[in-house]
Design a protein around this ligand. Structure first.
Ligand code: ZN
Length: 317
């Protein structure tokens, strides 16, 4: 196998309240809102992107905003936890900050050799803070409210909850190049190549409740393809392996293919290029509503259907 997966590109989840979502991911977690746009498949709803300064792959948490949507159920065939990477000495700081924000953080625990604190976002989405043994050299967004030595560096990884184990494990290791590095109870840890956001835990919960889509659940996880050529080869590899993979779809900020892994979790492979500065300068990322060209002619109608949001820095959209 010559193609490599460079860890997680982004994680996309569903929120029922865009304003609370912005206030939490920017105001509490200290991520940068790097893009305010619409769901390209449903332009009547927002799509919000958070990340580091430029929204580098491996740091991007994104949300479809479905105001008033029914709550989904977290369960099997879903990403049931998304873990961010923080520097080691900051757990006390974070536990207090999360408790003050009403997020009910867990006690500090150890899991497969790493320290972890679990908590929920305002929609009930399971999040984790994990410190990497060797630290994390990635540069955090310095414009948020968190001191730089404590700031989130990007993703640590995700947990997939699965009915079974074998087929998902084989796909990760034989097809996608992940290596199994540890296990604890029914949790099996795989690591991809790359320098951050490369951990995938498979949590085997036989007989567990199956997940359903709605507010408060993760919709899909995307992995990184280096460029369009690599993505094209991934598409061939996946199709040959019997995956029902989509054609390449232009998401303006990256190009995407989607397929389901054998346990039912929706996977995407997204290119690193062109990134979030393709339609606005780095200095003003996320400060106004950006629309892809095909929707620009309908801007007034689209804006009239979207709820008003207060953006970090004081602007409204
Ligand atoms: Zn995606």
């Amino acid at each position: 196998m010559t193609e490599r997966i460079f860890g997680i590109h982004h994680v996309t989840a569903i929120t029922g309240d865009g304003q609370k979502n912005i206030d939490f991911y920017c105001g509490v977690l200290g991520l940068r809102l790097v893009k305010v746009t619409v769901n390209f498949d449903d332009p009547q709803s927002y799509h919000l992107y958070y990340g580091d300064e430029l929204g580098a792959p491996g740091s991007i948490m994104t949300f479809f905003v479905w105001p008033g949507a029914h709550r989904g159920r977290q369960g099997t065939s879903q990403v049931t936890a998304t873990a961010f990477s923080i520097p080691m000495p900051s757990f006390g700081f974070w536990r207090k900050r999360l408790a003050d924000a009403g997020c009910n953080p867990s006690a500090l625990a150890t899991r497969i050799g790493s320290s972890v604190v679990e908590f929920n976002d305002p929609d009930g989405i399971r999040l984790e803070l994990i410190a990497r043994d060797a630290g994390d050299p990635r540069i955090p967004w310095a414009g948020g409210p968190i001191p730089e030595d404590r700031s989130i560096r990007g993703f640590f990884g995700v947990t997939l909850s699965e009915d079974g184990y074998e087929h998902t494990a084989r796909m990760l290791s034989d097809l996608m190049g992940f290596v199994k590095v540890g296990e604890e109870g029914h949790r099996f840890r795989f690591i991809g190549s790359g320098a951050g956001g490369e951990v995938v835990d498979v949590l085997c919960t036989p007989g567990g409740v199956s997940g359903s889509l709605g507010a408060g659940v993760v919709h899909h996880v995307a992995f990184r393809a280096e460029n369009d050529e690599s993505q094209r080869r991934w598409r061939e590899i996946l199709a040959k392996a019997g995956r029902n993979v989509t054609p390449v779809i232009d998401r303006t900020y990256f190009h995407s293919i989607y397929f389901r892994e054998p346990g039912g979790v929706l996977f995407e492979i997204a290119t690193d290029n062109p990134g979030f500065t393709v339609d606005e300068p780095a200095s003003s990322l996320g400060t106004s509503l950006k629309l892809p060209l095909q929707f620009e002619k309908d801007r007034t109608a689209i804006k009239s259907m979207l709820p008003q949001l207060r953006l970090p820095g004081g602007a409204t959209e």
